[in-house]
Ligand binder design. Sequence first.
Ligand code: GCO
Ligand code: MG
Length: 409
Amino acid sequence: MRIAAADVVVTSPTRNFVTLKLTTDDGVTGLGDATLNGRELAVAAYLREHVAALLIGRDPARIEDTWQYLYRGAYWRRGPVTMAAIAAVDMALWDIKGKVCGVPVYQLLGGASREGLLAYGHASGTSFESLGESINMHLEKGYRAIRVQSSIPGVHAVYGVAAQAQASGERYDYEPAGRGAAPAQEDWDSAAYLRHVPKVFDYVRREFGPELPLLHDAHHRLRPIEAAKLGKSLEPHNLFWLEDCTPAESQQALRLVRQHTVTPLAIGEVFNTVWDFQQLISEQLIDYVRAASTHFGGITPLRKLMDFAAQYQIRSGFHGPTDVSPVGLAAQLHLGLAIHNFGIQEYMPHSEQTDVVFRQSMSFTDGMLHPGETPGLGVTLDEEAAARYPYQPAYLPISRLKDGTMHDW
Ligand code: GCO
Ligand code: MG
């Protein structure tokens, strides 16, 4: 069996997705996610112009060798564009192998280690009251773990606080920037944030009790000493994790945070290779790995990362925003089901339009995700539906301090 075609599909059913479709000479197809939010067409071009032709004629069964061929063979390693492109190839090859063998991909990865995957949903509010409503809505939908984000007095627009749709109970597809030719601008004030967040968790624990697993995302905005202070101030509230408390480039920053707090730490949604995690894992500076299969080179390297992390009792908390496509989500559901050191899976349901373009075998029941039993990854792409939603420029927001200084978003 040989790879006969490699096609890149860009579609925008409420948000942009880049999908690689590989077809073998026997007519078996495999899908891979190559979506890089706000820089989508760079990965589409990388695949179309530099990878597609290299794949034609290769044996689709050789997943590891193809991964190494694209990673080592390019000379220019790592980085989000390269690794999202390689991820798409890797996922598509696992999808093909599953279909050829007639089993879901998790069976190829060692079989299920659990019945389902604990998922967390995104609750948010502009006031304590609306936050409480949002948490209740998630509990009613079955979520057993909840990420809590809140507006901050004095800050105009804050990361992670959803617009109207969520509060009214509709399905929402969190697109903070919206579409447009340039990024929207938000503002930021770390001191105001550090004063307010402990009050938010005082409220949530008072209303919802001590047992509900709660998570919070600081979205790379704090300096190490500020992050340490936040972690310490949230200790009485027993968080499941504090996410991305400092910009992720500096692994050393986490040493300082760790010295001061026992609040569990999660990091790595913007990481691309094991090297970004090396110090964090070997020095046990984090508790959860936030990588996404889509931005980390696919299932093959993420599996290796999790085996490395397992030696240090570090668990998975794979990145699952709506900008990871249903194909990328499926890839990490199969992996999460198979590995021993699964922790939790982020879950933001995709929009209805997205669910029409990508049909999924996965299920969400009583707060637990399962990839389903369809051979391969369990996602099919409706190309006619995809063609109805052409690419639209969309950017994540940028963030500036009150004096105009650019800040981390
Ligand atoms: C999360 C993330 C996302 C990112 C988004 C950027 O924890 O889910 O922080 O919401 O902001 O993936 O493209
Ligand atoms: Mg995050």
